[in-house]
Design a protein around this ligand. Structure first.
Ligand SMILES: [Zn+2]
Length: 185
């Protein structure tokens, strides 16, 4: 299911990032997280980067799997500042353009794996994939995160997507045209 969507989301991610202003970029740049916004996982030296040696890549830990049937449930944390308008727009776009589904948990105790939306920590970030047991935090700080594109971005991480350009197998599937890279980069 996910393989068919990878190209679409690679484009979507790049468009989202390109469209972001400075305040929106900051929310996605958490210093302690791989890629700035992916929590948990194992950071391993996988991607070789020529003269600079290996750089780190992100492997989700085995504690995180894909959501059965591509269906995710969420709740707001009791302390969260709700923004139903933006959340609804993000969910509608995911529903319209993918087979993934996001539904409110509505306190159903039979649903044991679900996302808790928090807004009190710094930055915008998520774990990658579904925690095998129990709830998992997805933080969307009141400052800089409540934009439709950013909310979509973090929910896609929770679904299991990484940044395509930071995948551990990146170097086996692309060739960097170094003559197109500016000298200072
Ligand atoms: Zn991200």
């Amino acid at each position: 299911m996910f393989g068919k969507l990878e190209k679409y989301f690679a484009v979507l991610f790049s468009l989202v990032l390109r469209a972001l202003g400075d305040d929106r970029r900051e929310g996605l740049q958490n210093q302690t997280m791989f890629g700035g916004d992916m929590a948990g996982g194992l950071n391993v030296p996988q991607i070789t980067d020529g003269d600079d040696g290996p750089v780190m890549a992100f492997l989700p830990s085995s504690d995180y799997i894909l959501w059965p049937g591509g269906i995710m449930y969420y709740e707001y944390d009791a302390s969260a500042t709700r923004n139903d308008e933006v959340l609804s727009a993000a969910i509608q776009e995911i529903h319209a353009k993918t087979c993934l589904r996001i539904y409110p948990r509505n306190g159903k105790t039979s649903i044991t794996s679900y996302v808790i939306i928090t807004t009190t920590s710094d930055g915008c970030w998520s774990y990658v994939g579904m925690k095998v047991s129990g709830s998992q935090e997805l933080n969307l700080s009141v400052a800089g995160c409540w934009y439709t594109g950013t909310v979509i971005h973090e929910f896609l991480h929770a679904f299991g997507f990484q940044h395509e350009h930071q995948r551990y197998d990146r170097d086996s599937t692309i060739t960097v045209q170094e003559n197109n890279v500016e000298a200072s980069k």
